[in-house]
Design a protein around this ligand. Structure first.
Ligand code: ADP
Ligand code: MG
Length: 225
């Protein structure tokens, strides 16, 4: 079993004094390569904070974060931006597609930003597997919620990141589209050995994972192994 990400003594506090929020209050965690890991917990328990720290979108108050051996909490801003671009794929509840760009352009956007050449064979395979083949020239506004999330999955996977981080990706979808998106994420995990860490509120959805981590009040209360 290979560890792809490791978190030690992680704390994230917001604000100061009486109004201070301890969003994460001492988290130790190892994420195994190739696994589909779910994070569950009540609203405000610190799930998004943890995912954002893993993804280099925010910095911890205290503690260490290693991804593929790189100590990302020690990176300078420019290096952190490179880390976010090359090593992490994000999938959001609200899809975060760019409305003025087509599906194709949205999927290619992160690589374009980094001046990197996409693997067009993989692009073709990925968009076909995700059922986007006929929607590549459409704009996000012309897609259903499920299709938007399919496009967001392709965008996250195309750069072949070490980690794909998904924050309640089924949260804005009806049950059927949500199941479909979940099935596609699982397929990506199996077919491409893509390491996935996903937050969900839905216990039925969580059950499909390799591992379920429960977090409450900024601490892990069940590490699922
Ligand atoms: P979850 O995703 O589990 O619902 P979050 O990680 O978003 O929880 O938030 C954990 C706690 O930190 C909550 O109390 C939330 O209000 C607080 N929090 C999150 N982000 C910020 C922020 N940028 N500023 C202040 N407080 C925040
Ligand atoms: Mg959240």
């Amino acid at each position: 079993m290979e560890i792809i990400a490791k978190v030690q003594g992680l704390k994230k506090y917001y604000g100061h004094g009486a109004g201070q929020v301890k969003a994460l209050n001492g988290v130790d965690l190892e994420i195994e390569k190739g696994k589909f890991t779910m994070i569950i917990g009540t609203s405000g328990s610190g799930k998004t904070t943890l995912l954002n720290l893993l993804g280099g979108q925010d910095r911890p108050t205290q503690g260490e974060i290693f991804v593929e051996g790189t100590r990302i909490n020690a990176l300078k801003e420019a290096q952190l931006a490179v880390y976010r671009r090359n090593k992490v794929g994000f999938i959001y509840q609200n899809f975060n597609l760019i409305p003025m760009l087509t599906v194709r352009e949205n999927i290619l956007f992160p690589l374009d930003m980094g001046g990197q050449k996409p693997d067009m064979k993989f692009f073709k395979e990925l968009t076909e597997t995700l059922g986007l083949k006929d929607r590549l020239d459409a704009y996000p506004g012309e897609l259903s919620g499920g299709q938007k999330q399919q496009a967001a999955i392709a965008r996250a996977l195309l750069p072949k990141p070490a980690l794909v981080l998904a924050d309640e990706p089924t949260g804005n979808l009806d049950t059927r589209s949500g199941q479909n998106v979940l099935g596609l994420l699982r397929m990506m995990n199996i077919q491409y050995h893509q390491t996935l860490v996903m937050i969900t509120h839905n216990l039925d959805i969580a059950q499909t994972a390799d591992r379920i981590i429960r977090i409450e009040d900024g601490k892990i209360v069940d590490r699922g192994m």
